[in-house]
Design a protein around this ligand. Structure first.
Ligand code: CAA
Length: 259
């Protein structure tokens, strides 16, 4: 598939996914969603890729779903669109590889929801984040009402969603909405360094940790703890666990093979 609204590049085991519709501040129209579905599938299946960095062209990460398209939808069409976006972001979140949102500029509505579905978020110092949907007579539809409270807590999530106000990078960092702030000029380098730091660890362990945290947060504590012990036990049978522990004993760097 050739892409018109996104660019997917792979370098040193990292997939760089850039939304490239700067004239609309990278708003996600249906054509872009179709391309993103394909790209995420590609990244998920590619065994040479260990992490994904999602970023945007120009002065926005993503300014949300395409409002001009939204305005024409019937209720059923809007419901289907929301579900499509949710499934796309569910696939991103559950693809078994870490993803980092490199947020330069606006991450609003569906764009903020993309960032929430990434494993980690790095913001440029001029980033502006928010869920402004109630100002349009809507609510967040790509998972924002569910993921935001899990990340920042119910009170802060409700404040952001109900006021429809944007927050800057400092405030986003203060409330835990982003993991790190860096100078805008260093955004991609910082996201890449973070991805590489994660990729130096056992990839099966990283995958299991992401799954355990995400699945576990939907479970009662005891059930989450059982999930954790199961993952722990499975990992203990992997070559990577033997390599990791042996490398420690031999005082050398491990060479993980994802097996
Ligand atoms: N959809 C479609 N077009 C958009 C857009 C969006 N979400 N956001 C920006 N654009 C377009 C503008 O219409 C404008 O196009 P024209 O030049 O053709 O008029 C262009 O991008 C540049 O935007 P502005 O002139 O508005 O730029 P600005 O710097 O003055 O303002 C902004 C920037 C504050 C981000 C403003 O563009 C804005 O408020 N955008 C909408 C943000 C929003 O409400 N997002 C939520 C969408 S709904 C959603 O996402 C639902 C969901 O949960 C799935």
């Amino acid at each position: 598939m050739s892409y018109e609204n996104i660019v997917l590049e792979k370098r040193e085991g990292i997939a760089f996914l850039r939304v490239d519709r700067p004239s609309a501040l990278n708003a996600l129209n249906a054509a872009t969603i179709t391309e993103l579905e394909h790209a995420i599938d590609d990244v998920a299946k590619d065994e040479q890729v260990g992490a994904l960095i999602w970023h945007g062209e120009g002065k926005a990460f993503i300014a949300g779903a395409d409002i001009k398209e939204l305005a024409t939808l019937s209720p059923i069409e809007a419901k289907r669109l929301a579900r499509r976006g949710q499934l796309l972001l569910g696939r991103l979140e559950g693809m078994g590889k870490p993803s980092v949102a490199a947020i330069g500029g606006f991450a609003l509505g569906g764009g903020c929801e993309v960032a929430l579905a990434c494993t980690l978020r790095v913001a440029g110092d001029r980033a502006r984040l928010g869920l402004p949907e109630v100002g349009l007579g809507l609510i967040p539809g790509y998972g924002g009402t569910q993921r935001l409270p899990r990340i920042v807590g119910t009170g802060r999530a409700l404040e952001l969603i109900l006021t429809a106000e944007m927050v800057g990078a400092e405030e986003a960092h203060r409330i835990g909405l982003v993991n790190r702030i860096v100078d805008d000029a260093e955004l991609l380098d910082a996201a890449t360094a973070l991805a590489k730091r994660i990729m130096a660890n056992g990839p099966l362990a990283v995958e299991a940790a992401i799954e355990s945290v995400h699945r576990g947060s939907d479970l009662a504590l005891d059930d989450g703890l059982v999930l954790e012990t199961c993952q722990f036990g499975v990992l203990a049978g992997t070559n990577d666990m033997r390599e990791g522990t042996q490398a420690f004993i031999e005082k050398r760097k491990p060479d993980f093979k994802r097996s």
